[in-house]
Design a protein around this ligand. Sequence first.
Ligand SMILES: Nc1ncnc2c1ncn2[C@@H]1O[C@H](COP(=O)(O)OP(=O)(O)O)[C@@H](O)[C@H]1O
Ligand SMILES: O=C(O)[C@H](O)[C@@H](O)[C@H](O)[C@H](O)COP(=O)(O)O
Length: 174
Amino acid sequence: MAETLRTPLIVMGVSGSGKSTVGGALAEAFGAPFIDGDDLHPSANKRKMAEGIPLDDEDRAPWLELISLRIGAELADGTPIVVACSALRRRYREQLAAHAPETVFVHLAGEAELIAERQRGRVHEYMPASLLASQFDALEPLGEGERGIVIDVRRSPGEIVDDVRAALARFDAA
Ligand SMILES: Nc1ncnc2c1ncn2[C@@H]1O[C@H](COP(=O)(O)OP(=O)(O)O)[C@@H](O)[C@H]1O
Ligand SMILES: O=C(O)[C@H](O)[C@@H](O)[C@H](O)[C@H](O)COP(=O)(O)O
């Protein structure tokens, strides 16, 4: 029987850090719905990234709002969901959690070299590996007062699920 998730989870980090993989594994472990933020980008954003141009705050704002509303709506229906979303800056995370302040962020953190190697080993609909440096430039790690945990990307997806499960007890989130 899956352990029940009590609060939404957002798996965050730069491109290639494992958000989709780990988000899917967490959703399965908790028997929760999973939403991949990648799928919710407007097509203009996807085109921009495919051309090798990093998104800016203005590009990301409507996309973050969409995800935020979805998290809030599902929670209002009694369903905490698992979301994969880069959530690179603190203000993005504030916007994402606006309708569900109990949301817990799981930051998949690691060295650029390892993440670049993983990016090279996968096929992505629109994201070029050349944008990884800009993702690290934009990244603001979890800070004071944020509800989140940091996990090393060198752990396996299964180990990460165990780490998250243990950590969530601290937040009374599972
Ligand atoms: N913890 C992990 N250990 C080893 N490989 C991983 C791990 N997480 C993800 N991967 C692999 O790394 C690549 C990038 O993962 P992905 O989930 O697409 O990242 P993101 O959604 O953050 O861009 C994929 O090929 C995936 O199979
Ligand atoms: O805010 C952004 O700049 C994008 O959301 C970006 O962070 C995200 O990484 C892409 O959507 C590619 O998707 P992957 O993260 O799955 O590579």
